[in-house]
Design a protein around this ligand. Structure first.
Ligand code: ADP
Ligand code: MG
Length: 353
């Protein structure tokens, strides 16, 4: 499963033309600002995910000063289907000229993206770990993305009510089924990841790693519905005082332990990076197990954090999986990279011969 060609039209700084890709590993190299992340972003949009979340928000997708605001991206899949995305304010997604929803497109061509922060998944903010769960669930449970966005909207409303010192009883009742459903889904995906990460033992510390979901604000009751309701009651006064909702999936985390200790504290930096690779591989295997197809991977600057051995382990494992990969790196070198290399320079993409 993957993209054989992608055509960019008026997209960010990329030259408007078509590029052919290999079904295996595609390495994009080029100096900072050349357009590597823009290529990954185009593929992310072509697979139903929309623009990448970057540190600095730059929403203007049409090429600056091009005289037109319409963007078109076209991708051909190895099954020959053609995906077209027209962006002129709104996103219009089509497959073989029929309109398709983003959810259906994600199901058609599963893609997982890993951004520079994901290499610090063990020691970074909880939001990076939630992003991993949400990305996998949005692929393997089609209604998940919509329900998560309904939940987030509800939480914003609840936050506004707490600020205005209003009662949150009604919104809490509306949020209960959404919050408990998301907790159930996340419990399941953490189990899936735990199972798949065991197979990456060549990357893990001797005692392995143990993953579990830490439900946000939970009082740790076994039954999920009961847990949510009890946690709300226990934290009602606290939520009222600090004027912020603190119970629910928006405060979840994944606890990652090794030998009974938190992996972020117990492991050396080198090992933390290896566990991050193991999580990327576990996510890839988990999606393949649930969908019957390996996802395409977008890896943005993730190798910058790895030593030579880490890079070799990552790419060797990906080659074995026959997964299509687009990896971007500003680092020179990579001469012995086991796939196709492309040089990106000022928006121009050239395949290295
Ligand atoms: N709409 C746009 N039109 C033209 N250039 C853009 C647009 N949006 C972003 N850029 C430029 O694209 C360049 C490349 O970005 P990026 O893909 O993030 O580079 P890289 O990942 O190679 O470091 C940046 O210098 C940015 O200024
Ligand atoms: Mg970049």
């Amino acid at each position: 499963m993957g993209f054989t060609r992608v055509r960019f039209n008026n997209f960010r700084n990329l030259e408007s033309r078509e590029i052919r890709w290999t079904p295996g590993l595609n390495l994009l190299t080029g100096v900072n600002g050349s357009g590597k992340t823009n290529i990954l972003e185009a593929i992310n949009i072509l697979s139903g995910w929309g623009p990448l979340e970057r540190g600095t928000k730059s929403f203007s997708l049409p090429t600056w000063n091009s005289g037109t605001t319409e963007v078109q991206l076209t991708g051909q899949l190895d099954g020959e289907e053609i995906i077209k995305v027209k962006i002129s304010g709104r996103f219009l997604l089509k497959i073989d000229d029929s309109v398709i929803s983003a959810t259906d497109l994600r199901w058609k061509i599963p893609v997982l993206s890993f951004l520079p922060n994901d290499m610090a998944i063990l020691e970074g903010a909880a939001s990076f770990r939630r992003r991993l769960l949400d990305m996998i669930l949005s692929l393997i449970v089609p209604p998940y993305a919509l329900r998560l966005s309904d939940y987030r909207r509800g939480i914003r409303q609840k936050a506004a009510m707490l600020k205005q010192e209003k009662s949150t009883e009604i919104i809490d009742r509306v949020l209960t089924p959404l919050a408990t459903w998301i907790w159930k889904m996340r419990e399941e995906v953490v189990l899936l990841l735990s199972d798949c990460i065991k197979e990456q033992d060549f990357l893990l510390p001797e005692k392995g790693v143990f993953l579990c979901l830490k439900r946000g604000g939970s009082v740790q009751s076994e039954n999920i519905e009961e847990d949510y309701n009890l946690s709300l009651i226990r934290n009602r006064e606290k939520e009222r005082v600090i004027k912020m909702p603190i119970v629910g999936p928006h405060r979840d985390d994944i606890i990652i332990k090794t030998d009974g200790k938190l992996a972020a504290c117990a492991l050396s930096r080198g090992f933390r990076r290896r566990v991050a690779i193991a999580l990327i591989l576990a996510a890839t295997d988990g999606v393949k197990r649930k969908m019957g197809r390996a996802p395409v991977l977008l890896l943005d600057e993730v190798t910058a954090e790895l030593d030579l051995e880490g890079k070799e382990l990552l790419f060797r494992s990906l080659l074995e999986r026959k997964t299509q990969v687009f990896a971007a790196t500003a680092e020179p070198g990579a001469e012995d990279f086991p796939g196709e290399r492309y040089t990106v320079s000022d928006g121009r993409v050239m395949k290295n011969e």
